[in-house]
Design a protein around this ligand. Sequence first.
Ligand SMILES: [Zn+2]
Ligand SMILES: [Zn+2]
Length: 139
Amino acid sequence: MLGLTATDLWPGEEWNFVFGMATYDQRVGVWSVARFGDPAQDRLGLLRRMLKTALHETGHMFTMHHCTAWNCLMSGSNNLRETDRRTMDACPECTAKIWVLSGCDPAARFQALAKLAGEHDLDAEQAQWLKAAETLVAP
Ligand SMILES: [Zn+2]
Ligand SMILES: [Zn+2]
């Protein structure tokens, strides 16, 4: 279960805030849009931050830890600049982990992501995910 809130998340004394958090073993997570900006001024920017955080926390819910090898969806993020720099998709190593841990059909996953991106004007992501899906489908 992954929850979305507009309330700022603060997990304890040693933190200022978190964009989201999740358990590694109970498949529960939450993320907040409180620090993602004003949708009236930058709808696509806010949407990208939301999706990156939701996908990142979902990765944690499937036991994935932070990626330190690549600029990747599963890289850690402590501020918006790091969130914005993080890619929407996972690196090759984390992509393989997603496929194994979720048991998904890789091509169907990329097709579904491309459809979602297309429905929300995320043109660059749609093109990237369509290309990935086409690469995985046998000719
Ligand atoms: Zn994380
Ligand atoms: Zn990675």
